[in-house]
Design a protein. Structure first.
Length: 264
């Protein structure tokens, strides 16, 4: 059965995903939403999108609502994406570290885990004799489950420096597995960045918030930054994606260089 979604139905789902995750869906995303959600209508033997909206709205089916969020969030990532940020982490942060306290870094939009494990490889190399932790979060439970497994197809190895690939990854036929000693240093948790961040996750020297702000409007960006900054230590760094900027979003942090900000 082929489904059709009316403008009114699309507006309902657009308002719902904005309310839940702060994601702004443009009019051009109507067919994307139809393509990603119509399989759920088939799964539940529904006749139209209005019926599916009734199912996921109002808190009546939390499990299906999470499935909808997973399907509508974008999860494009790869190892050592935007490598200049990792160069900054290595040369300006790790190389200048002069304290024995545990170094903590947060991958705040970790998707399927490649960013967090890229961080782990660097920290294992440059803080080998020091205590360090990586905390990683995402709104998608599906992506978090994949990240926790630490398993990827071999075509995902592009971008990993050969020395790190050999040292911290295990190959098997058709797949790549992050070494267990690295996986033990990375914890994953579901967090909605548009909601108050629990203080229980602790504070961080560095927060990577990359390639997620592009899906938020200005009001949501301000809310997300205000939620994250209490978890960033004084002198700590907040890093956004190369296509993103915090200009006009917050005056509580200063620009160090494009896409890299520091909390006074």
């Amino acid at each position: 059965m082929d489904f059709f979604i009316t403008d009114q139905e699309f507006d309902l789902f657009r308002q719902l995903i904005y309310k839940i995750a702060g994601i702004s869906l443009a009019d051009s995303k109507k067919m994307l939403l139809l393509g990603r959600l119509q399989r759920r209508l088939r799964h539940h033997h529904l006749q139209n999108f209005s019926q599916y909206y009734q199912m996921v709205s109002g808190g009546r089916n939390a499990e299906e609502l999470q499935i909808m969020v997973d399907l509508l969030t974008t999860n494009e990532t790869f190892f050592f994406r935007e490598p200049k940020h990792f160069d900054f982490l290595r040369t300006e942060v790790l190389a200048c570290r002069r304290t024995s306290s545990t170094f903590r870094i947060w991958s705040a939009a970790s998707s399927s885990g490649e960013e967090a494990y890229s961080m782990a490889m660097l920290l294992a190399e440059y803080l080998s004799n020091a205590a360090w932790e990586i905390f990683a979060s995402d709104i998608s439970t599906q992506m978090l489950n994949k990240a926790r497994s630490g398993q990827y197809t071999l075509d995902r190895t592009e971008g990993i420096p050969p020395a790190l690939l050999a040292k911290y990854c295990r190959r098997s036929p058709g797949s790549l597995e992050i070494a267990p000693e690295l996986r033990r240093r990375v914890s994953f948790q579901q967090i909605n960045l548009t909601q108050p961040i629990p203080a229980s996750i602790g504070d961080f020297e560095v927060i990577f918030l990359r390639n997620v702000m592009i899906y938020f409007d200005t009001e949501t960006k301000r809310k997300v930054i205000a939620n994250l900054l209490p978890r960033l230590k004084s002198g700590g760094y907040l890093v956004v994606g190369h296509s993103e900027s915090l200009h006009g979003i917050s005056d509580a942090i200063k620009t160090v260089r494009p896409t890299i900000y520091q909390k006074p």
